[in-house]
Design a protein around this ligand. Structure first.
Ligand code: ADP
Ligand code: MG
Length: 340
């Protein structure tokens, strides 16, 4: 029916006609036609109930799918699709930055649009992504947050760096330390970052925030705007005490600032499977926490190659494609995607 009417128009090609005639479409057609990522198609189809099984093949009911997009507004559905994950633990050296970078690039490799936000005045994530002198970068997270504080126009597009491995980065440098001090006296000081993140949400499938090793104002800001928090824990160190403090902070943020915040999971890192005490500590974390918070099935093994990438300024996928830590970060990426 559609086809016959549209046949007369030069502007519509055969593919459009084919598409218009279909009530049920495949994943690939949806990705192509709606310019959505795989993840976004899955979530919209899932939430709207548009999945349709036909002889073991999964198709999408177009009418239901499009109805959902319409009802959720032009940008509204996109904002809903984005997941913001904060990587936090006030202890330093537990692989927060390494995880933020390699989870982020892992997600991008699976076809997602990803923005990495460096929330540490040391700029470790900025450095790890190959920008060796963060203090020379002019427009950073600190610039954007101070513009928000001063209610000036926010220069987001000047701050975003399109990194070679397919992720966007909002960098940080030492200016963030000064900003954090100013923040203490600002109104709405805990939700400054949320204002920024809300304004870029619709552009991405995932936003990953790398927190500093503290429970200071910037980490509170990250928790206040995240959908979930991923907690890396180094398996060779008795971590239980520090974790209690972090859990308390998370609960306070959940109560007062961000009801939707959930714990994505504890991720055991730098696991040396040859050492018995590493096994004991992994088990201890699982025994102590797994009835309260999820512990990722994936564990990141100790790996010299993983330690080297920080200096190299590339992801582990590029530096050591066949390594065991690389495989673990791939599995972690899948685990995160499978949780929706
Ligand atoms: P954080 O951000 O929590 O301070 P980093 O990601 O900077 O932690 O990691 C701390 C140190 O441990 C870095 O020198 C990093 O290269 C190293 N590292 C990270 N992951 C591993 C691993 N799987 N095996 C060995 N060393 C690692
Ligand atoms: Mg770090």
């Amino acid at each position: 029916m559609f086809g016959t009417i549209w046949m007369f128009s030069d502007q519509i090609d055969d593919e459009d006609i084919l598409f218009a005639q279909r009530s049920f479409i495949t994943y690939n057609m949806a990705i192509d036609y709606y310019k959505m990522s795989y993840r976004a198609v899955t979530r919209v189809a899932d939430r709207s109930g548009a999945f349709y099984k036909l002889h073991k093949k999964v198709l999408i009911n177009r009418a239901i799918f499009e109805d959902y997009l319409r009802k959720n507004g032009k940008d509204g559905w996109k904002k809903n699709m984005c997941k913001v994950i904060a990587i936090a633990n006030q202890k330093g050296g537990v692989a927060k930055t390494t995880t933020a970078v390699n989870l982020g690039i892992g997600l991008a490799k699976e076809g997602n649009k990803v923005c990495l936000v460096d929330c540490d005045a040391q700029g470790s994530m900025t450095i790890a992504l190959g920008y060796k002198e963060p203090d020379r970068i002019e427009v950073t997270l600190a610039t954007l947050l101070s513009e928000i504080m001063e209610e000036e126009e926010v220069s987001i597009s000047d701050a975003i760096i399109h990194q070679d491995e397919g992720v966007d980065l909002i960098p940080a440098n030492i200016d963030l330390a000064a900003l954090e001090i100013n923040l203490v006296n600002a109104m709405s000081r805990e939700v400054m970052l949320r204002m920024l993140i809300e304004s870029i949400r619709s552009e991405y499938d995932y936003i990953i925030i790398d927190c500093a090793p503290s429970l200071g104002m910037m980490t509170i800001n990250a928790l206040a705007c995240a959908d979930s928090v991923l907690i890396p824990v180094q398996a060779s160190y008795l971590p239980v005490k520090g974790l209690e403090q972090l859990m308390k902070t998370i609960q306070r943020v959940q109560k007062r600032l961000n009801k939707k915040l959930v714990i994505e999971g504890i991720l055991l890192t730098m696991v040396d499977s040859r050492l018995n005490y590493a096994k004991d500590i992994s088990q201890l974390v699982i025994d102590t926490y797994s009835n309260k918070v999820p512990v990722f099935e994936t564990k990141i093994p100790l790996s010299v190659r993983a330690a080297e990438i920080t200096v190299e300024g590339t992801s582990i996928y590029q530096y050591d494609p066949k390594g065991k830590a690389t495989a673990a970060y791939r599995t972690l990426t899948e685990e995160v995607i499978s949780r929706g």
